[in-house]
Design a protein around this ligand. Sequence first.
Ligand SMILES: [Zn+2]
Length: 131
Amino acid sequence: MTCPDCGEERLPFAVPSALREDVPGKPSSVLLCPHCLQLEPVENPDAELSDFTTISDVLPEDRDAAAAMTLATALLSSLALHRQRIDALLDRVEAAGVDPLLVLDRLADDPELEPNFDIESRRRQLLQLRE
Ligand SMILES: [Zn+2]
């Protein structure tokens, strides 16, 4: 299950039920590319991501918060389209006691991540939107 955009092996993980309504298509699981953050819904994957630090070691330790943070970051590829979903997901990260904009700042510095959008400029847009 390699990424159609960059060829990296994608990682499947279950979307926590509380987060499903904030993910396009309300999938039970998704495949995420740990290189370019391409996201695709998937049904019944044969594996499950054991540790979100495989994607980036700056993600929160709390599994649900890490899932919300990962999904929100992937959706930043279309910030205008997914604005409400991203807001809801980041609110959940915040509710877990983690500053999502600080995590985004660290994700922007992670050399392993090369999404097709600039995380740092999206973070600045979010900062304005969430004030
Ligand atoms: Zn990729």
